[in-house]
Design a protein around this ligand. Structure first.
Ligand SMILES: [Zn+2]
Length: 139
């Protein structure tokens, strides 16, 4: 079932509001970070400052990524491609898009992708374990 124009307009509003919120937040982070570096004195524990910085950068990267996804969603909307699953071309349900406007997979493809992801992690782990065993052998 295709999304109605009204549903699309509702999601578009939501994406635009969300994007504005993230971009504002990124701007505030920028300010806070600048002030923090200037204010940093010798008394501040360097390790703590580094930790705070890395935490902030991690959140920041996530926000930058998210704002890119939101922009992509808007572009898709302009091209009339929004709401189609990238895997199977099925229309993603309004309910799912409303909850997660940046979704580009339908729920069943998303489930598949997640299953694959978790099996990949298991594969990787056993591979590195194998390497460790090899290393022990050569030593
Ligand atoms: Zn799909």
């Amino acid at each position: 079932m295709k999304l109605t124009k009204k549903q699309l307009a509702q999601i578009k509003d939501k994406i635009q509001a969300e994007r504005e919120r993230v971009l504002t937040k990124l701007g505030i982070d920028e300010e806070m970070f600048t002030i923090k570096s200037e204010e940093r004195s010798d008394e501040v524990d360097q390790a703590t400052a580094d930790y705070q910085r890395s935490q902030m950068l991690r959140f920041r990267n996530r926000d930058v990524f998210y704002s890119k996804k939101l922009k992509q969603a808007l572009e898709k909307m302009n091209e009339g491609e929004y709401g189609c699953c990238e895997e199977c071309d099925e229309t993603i349900s309004f309910k799912r898009l409303w909850a997660r406007p940046t979704a580009d997979l339908c729920i069943s493809c998303k489930d598949e992708a997640e299953k694959e992801e978790s099996s990949n992690i298991v594969g990787r782990q056993s591979k590195s374990l194998g390497k460790q065993v090899d290393m022990v052998k050569t030593v």
